[in-house]
Write a protein that binds this ligand. Structure first.
Ligand code: ATR
Length: 269
């Protein structure tokens, strides 16, 4: 049976095995998918062992996405732009790297009837999570893309990756005079119990607020957005399932349906 893994450190929390087994059941594919904790000094060797053992594919999560990028024989355009890889496809002794996070986000937004084309989009944060989604968002031709970050240089570094696109780089303070249609939180502030210093004036009832993180309760960013008057709040559970669906498609050539899987995970939370 074809074997797949998700690797990271920590990895206990990963829902990927559950998601991929649900996809396999739905699409009648025969495969096995397990999670594996990898020591910090063992990542490259672990991937090499997988390759020798004829493992077909690997999902890579924190903190190894940049190291996965560095060990690939070939990279997709999205992976090359992101500088990070979350999906390894092992074929004929070669490792191809892709990044499905951005496709997962964009598809989840489209599933929520949120269009990107012609819209003014604000990304909060300029770390790995933000970097991974910029290229697929730009492919949908927003009228404006702003990246706001506490450390301005990191946002500027992302913008510099796209010399032919006009990406605006702002501090959180500068957002006070800005108006947008969609705000995507790609910071890790909420995960660490910290709040974001964004001006509430940017959130109006018609703005859509998306948080790449998710939880049983409304996330801190979505709670803030709700209190500031936002009426359409979306968390990142659909993005998680969407990036997995795109990895599954790259490996198996079949695109699974995400809705039932998202509903099942939501019910288990
Ligand atoms: P990830 O891979 O999850 O993106 P990361 O690369 O460490 O993790 O990036 C975390 C992001 O959250 C960064 O944009 C970070 O801002 P800095 O670049 O200034 O560090 C942002 N972030 C984390 N905690 C924050 C906080 N309390 N306020 C504002 N931004 C925060």
């Amino acid at each position: 049976m074809d074997q797949y893994f998700v690797v990271g450190n920590p990895i206990k929390q990963s829902k990927s095995p559950v998601i991929h087994h649900l996809f396999a059941e739905q699409t009648k594919q025969s495969l096995n998918y397990d999670k594996k904790l990898i020591d910090d000094d063992d990542f490259e060797q672990a991937i090499s062992r997988f390759k020798k053992a004829n493992v077909k594919g690997v999902n890579v999560t924190a903190p190894f996405k940049e190291r996965a990028f560095n060990l690939c024989d070939e990279l997709s355009e999205f992976a090359a732009k992101a500088g990070a890889v979350n999906t390894l496809i092992i074929e004929e002794g070669k490792i191809k790297g892709d990044n499905t996070d951005g496709v997962g986000l964009v598809n989840d937004l489209l599933n929520h009837q949120v269009s990107l084309s012609g819209q003014r989009i604000l990304i909060l944060g300029a770390g790995g999570a933000a970097k991974g989604v910029v290229a697929p968002i730009l492919d949908h031709q927003p009228s404006q893309l702003i990246i706001a970050n506490r450390t301005l240089k990191r946002a500027q570094d992302i913008a510099n990756q796209y010399p032919n696109k006009a990406i605006d780089v702002l501090t959180f303070d500068e957002l006070a005079n800005v108006s947008v249609d969609l705000i995507i939180n790609a910071t890790s502030a909420g995960l660490n119990g910290q709040s974001l210093p964004i001006p509430p004036s940017i959130i109006t009832p018609s703005v859509i607020c998306y948080d790449m993180t998710y939880g049983k309760e409304l996330t801190p960013f979505l709670t803030f957005a709700s209190q500031a008057g936002c009426e359409k709040l979306i968390d990142g559970l659909g993005m998680l399932v969407g990036q997995a669906a795109q990895s599954f498609y790259l490996w198996r050539g079949v695109m699974p349906q995400v809705k039932d899987v998202i509903d099942k995970l939501r019910a288990q939370m």
